[in-house]
Design a protein around this ligand. Structure first.
Ligand code: NAP
Ligand code: G4F
Length: 348
């Protein structure tokens, strides 16, 4: 039987890596699009990107979401059954510093892919990586597919635009185009400047005396955190549905950043005490001689002009229609992230 062909924009990212491995296991031929960087960083794909190009079921091409001609040519050459658009300037805080770029890549980037599909008259299916950040200052608790969006960052606005463009092309041109509305999902492969990886990495290093302190921003924001491995399965299931549609993917549980820190400390057997309020909150350790050492403080640098304070998803539609549910608990995920950082430290 001929292999199914998938094309992944954003293949070098956290989800791109998990999705590539997932699709290879499902016997797909996987093509990834990688943008040019001054250093070649494909570390998240090392296990699958070692074989010779021709013989491999995983191949990469250079392209950029800012460049319509590269997108058009790659899609034309590959003629995929499924396209996953995971590429984005995905950091919410940074989107306040580079709003034009964020809009170009996240909003117009999705439009460029959809335009190429339309212009080439392809029958392929399209997945758009939407975000719970689109709910912003939430208008309903928990959030589901019917909850109105209320975005509060350039990142969220760009994702709302891509979301509606996907629906527009589905309805106007009958393209099988679907949106995932994914809540935060993490893993050992998460970017180092997202809060979960930053916390785990720093606390492992503090435990090993390789770092003195961890500086954070808003400790009181709450997120609904799942594991990227579970969430890429949902991305695939969304494209296997009978009809295109939009799906919330979440765990339905939420924790604050402070609670996340507490769980990591418990697993690492770091005995911290919290003190203070707001930006003056600190966490300290007590030495054997009773002296206190502050290991966590807040720093203005990590606060956003406007933060999303509370997110929690209701994924009943995905549970019912896609038979999807999260399998990896927060505790299991944190353990995996800790083990990964310890392994990294031991390599040095
Ligand atoms: P990520 O690790 O930041 O990966 C983003 C990917 O996009 C990387 O491969 C990156 O390439 C690529 N990219 C950035 N700019 C590009 C450009 N101009 N042209 C082509 N590729 C470009 O993000 P992720 O966590 O895997 O998330 C995947 C997608 O889901 C993103 O769209 C994100 O916004 C969305 N999302 C994520 C979450 C989450 O919690 N993880 C939740 C909801 C939605 P480089 O490697 O070269 O940087
Ligand atoms: O880990 P974060 O940067 O993730 P955020 O902003 O929720 O965005 C992630 O999830 C979205 C889905 O909802 C994705 F669409 C998006 O692409 C990305 O993957 O921050 C989480 C929370 C925020 O409230 C932030 O203010 O943690 C708070 N925080 C506190 N201290 C911090 C820090 N965030 C970061 N990055 N760094 C800190 O030091």
């Amino acid at each position: 039987m001929k292999k199914k062909v998938a094309l992944i924009f954003g293949v070098t990212g956290q989800d791109g890596s998990y999705l590539s491995k997932f699709l290879l296991k499902k016997n797909y031929l996987v093509f990834g699009v990688k943008r040019r960087n001054s250093s070649v960083v494909t570390s998240r794909l090392d296990e699958i990107y070692l074989e010779p190009h021709e013989a491999s079921n995983f191949k990469m091409y250079y392209g950029d979401l800012s460049d319509y001609s590269s997108i058009y040519e790659i899609i034309k050459k590959i003629n995929p059954h499924e396209i996953y658009n995971l590429a984005a300037q995905s950091h919410v805080a940074i989107s306040f510093q580079i709003p034009n770029y964020t809009m170009d890549i996240n909003a117009l980037g999705a439009t460029r892919i959809l335009e190429a599909i339309k212009n080439l008259k392809l029958k392929c299916k399209f997945y758009q990586a939407g975000s719970s950040e689109m709910f912003g200052d939430v208008l309903e608790v928990p959030q589901n597919e019917k909850t109105p969006f209320n975005p509060v960052s350039p990142y969220a606005v760009s994702k709302v635009s891509a979301h509606w463009t996907t629906i527009c092309y589905r309805e106007a041109y009958k393209i099988f185009a679907s949106n995932g509305i994914l809540f935060n999902h993490e893993s050992p492969l998460r970017g180092e400047n997202f809060v979960t990886r930053k916390i785990v990495r720093a606390l492992v290093r503090i435990k090993r005396n390789k770092q003195k302190k961890l500086y954070l921003g808003n400790l009181y924001a709450k997120r609904d955190w799942g594991h990227a491995q579970d969430y890429v399965e949902a991305q695939w299931l969304i494209l296997q549905a009978k009809k295109p549609g939009d799906y919330v993917i979440s765990t339905g549980k939420q924790y604050s950043i402070k609670q996340f820190v507490n769980i990591v400390c418990k697993q690492l057997k770091i005995n911290i005490t919290w003190k203070g309020k707001g930006i003056k909150t600190v966490a300290y350790l007590k030495n054997n001689n009773g002296k206190k050492r502050i290991i966590i403080s807040c720093d203005k640098r990590y606060f956003r002009p406007h933060d999303v304070n509370s997110l929690i998803g209701d994924c009943n539609k995905a549970r019912k229609e896609l038979k999807w549910k999260p399998k990896i608990s927060l505790n299991m995920m944190i353990k995996e992230m800790i083990d990964f950082e310890i392994k990294n430290l031991n390599k040095i």
